[in-house]
Design a protein around this ligand. Sequence first.
Ligand code: SF4
Length: 539
Amino acid sequence: MTKPRIRRPVARINTDPQLGLLPDHDIPAPPATVASKPDRVRFIDNDPREIRVGANRLDEHLKQMGVTDALVVREVLGKADWSVFEASYEPGGRPPYAPRAVAGIVLYGVTRGISSLRELERFARCDLGCMWVSGGITPDHSVLGRFIQRHEQALSQELFEQVISQALKRTDSGRAYLAGDGTTLEAMSSRFALIKREAVQAWHEGLATRVDASAQEREQAERALQTLADRPSAKAIVPAEPEAALLKLKNNRGFRPAFEAVVTANDARVVVDAELDSTSELAAMKQLLERMPPGQTQEVLLDAGFSNDFGLIEKTVSRSISLLSPEQAETPRADAPTLIPLREFRYDEVEDVYVCPQGHRLMPVRRNAGSPPQAKKKRRPYVQYAAREQDCGGCERRSGCTRGRVRTIQRDYAQELKEALRIVMAQPRAKRRFAQRKAMVEPVFADLRERQGLHRFRRRGLSGARLEFRIHLTAYNLRRILAAAWTAAAEAFLAPILALVERWRARGALYAERQSQISRIAWIAPGTADTFLGAPAFM
Ligand code: SF4
């Protein structure tokens, strides 16, 4: 038996030498950014409809080839407000490229996994989709680099926000329910550039006696020393990039200079905010919570570990945001036996005592008011509770409960919030809701790494890494818009088929109902009953 031949549509470039006689500009012209007045800046903003592939206009060619993402990206960027970008140029001189076109090259390139400036330069010259987005301009890598540097603030703030708004609108989603996640992203500096704390101190002291040391070297040593003073636990530092701390990467690649990155995303996987911090995911997440517009976010789902921080729980309560975050399981240490966890001790609010698993009371022995507001290093207020010596002395669980004479517990003033969270997280509805967190936010970092190639930052310093991170997230949100456009197109394509299926289904149900009616009538008709189900004939 011969197999049926597979027939696939063949797309061909229209090489007809004869162009149409009528104008084919049926889609509206791009918003005019070329100023007509002499006191305003003139931008180079080409109309991509002038570009032709064979006899076809570029957008027609892209549609024929099924590469429509460039059309959507240009449309989205066309709706953004570029006034902040344009305001940074002065009239006169050689006209600059329109910011929309240059940002389009960068963002469209990042959506395709291209983030190196030299690769972007080549991409702008060779890729037809990129030509549609940019209008066919061909800036070189230095122009692209200068553009990113010049518009650091606008790219990481205004454009980032505008693309988020568009993504929320097009995915028909909001900021009411968010999920947060964090990861460690490698900094640009190599681990071989790390210098130990003692070496930095010796270098700094040596510079005081050296007359040939440059001002830049002195400034670098000063900055490195200052960063080490701010981070007393840091053992080594990269002098050229002191903000990058030595952190353990999550893919078993050991310790590298890196940053902690966090994002919040909604159920349509649109990233609504992001932050970077030198050393702490918690600090970055607190910044995100602080920035959440009041009244917009009702619930935040965070991974285990975030709820260990009292400050973070307090922040969600003060902003009337419901937090769902499980308690982190204690990891047993090889060098120390695991103590009976705090959750096995019951706090008696009326008597202000803890009751241990053996039924003995731990009384308050010390009250600490915390550090004063002006203190550099903040310490939270707490109460210390301790068991009595006669109780612990003869207790059979003592070896697993304390390494001292008696068990002590330090209770933060926000401990009751943590206990309330533990009770909430034990509810089945909260567990079901929290189970959605993974699907909402975890694919974000996987996408950034695998689809956009963000394995390591290309820009130095916290501000450079923050800018790059936000450019990647803007590109990521553009991809969410593209996914929504694909879904809408697929639904529009399938709508007539689904309507037909629905009609058939309704007809089938009607037919079944009629058959059932006929059989009932036939069963009660005299002389016909025995033909159905072998029932006896009516008398
Ligand atoms: S060691 Fe002390 S606190 Fe711990 S269970 Fe025994 S009596 Fe209670």
